[in-house]
Unconditional design. Sequence first.
Length: 350
Amino acid sequence: MQKAWKHIVLSFLAAAVLPGCSLVDENLSDCETDYRIDYQLRLVTNMTTELQTQLGLQTDIALATALKTYLSDIFTDYAHDVDLSFYDVGEEAARLHHEQHIMNDNASSYTLYIPVRRYMHLGVANLEGCENVSLEDDNLCNRSHLHQQVADTLSSHRKGIFTARLPMDVKEGVDQHFDVRLYMVNCASALVLDTLGSHIKDIKVYTAGFATDFDIADSTYRYQYTPVFRTDKLDLSDVTSSKLCFVSVTFPSKTATDTDADTKIVIDTDDPFVTDDADQTLWQFRVYATLRDNTVTETLLSLKKPVLPGQLRCLTASVYENGTVSPADPTVGVSVTLDWDPGLEVDVEI
């Protein structure tokens, strides 16, 4: 028996209903049906509030502006590229249709033909250019996931990555409208250091304690190991002579209620970034300050407050003459090793 097919108009960030037959062959039998899928990138973030709270002083406004500029490709509702998959809802959950498009805009539309049936639809936006994150096992719905490259140290994610999932029952002869909302799955952390009077020669900052994989169909993060991220040091030469800012963009940390290796992020609150502190360390800044005598001081800044998808965590701290880093937030744990030897480095369990 011949399958019924539908003409779909996929509209990205567009609200207008497009006629079902405006772009297709007049001879198709099911052209009388209007069918629309709207895609919207929904950026839910605390970036502005966090910058005002942590860097709200008059002397820090230029620094906050520089940090916001750096993060403009991360916290954005702009979709560059999209990967769209439509899966069988049976036990195999195999992919039945796949589309990839370069949008380079905040609005786009095109046509798609798929049989009338039930689907599970998964979408991913902004993977291109994010070299250490890839879409893996996407031929099967329940195995499709974002995988982070495995290495001793990793560079930050270069884009804000968004995903969506939506069950779709495509019916014959019925006008239908599906809303697909893509939400951000990565986050950012920033450390602002005041080095006035410290006379250090160099300083390097790393972050650790974040997820390694993200299962798209059930919105679950996995923590397979503890990746260490190199931070990006902002160029503040025109802004300040004593302050430094280091930033990393990663998957989120665990939260206070997470007890298993795999974690589903569910936020049910009026403020999506209000969370409880954990009893143990969730993630870290690892700071290595080289002194004038070429010895290195290691400071581990351990945070019990999680960083969530779409969130920016900004921590301010001062650097002393011996290279020790002292955070302004008294809830942050501090562990210092003077004359640190990299050969004796021991990972703190996170």
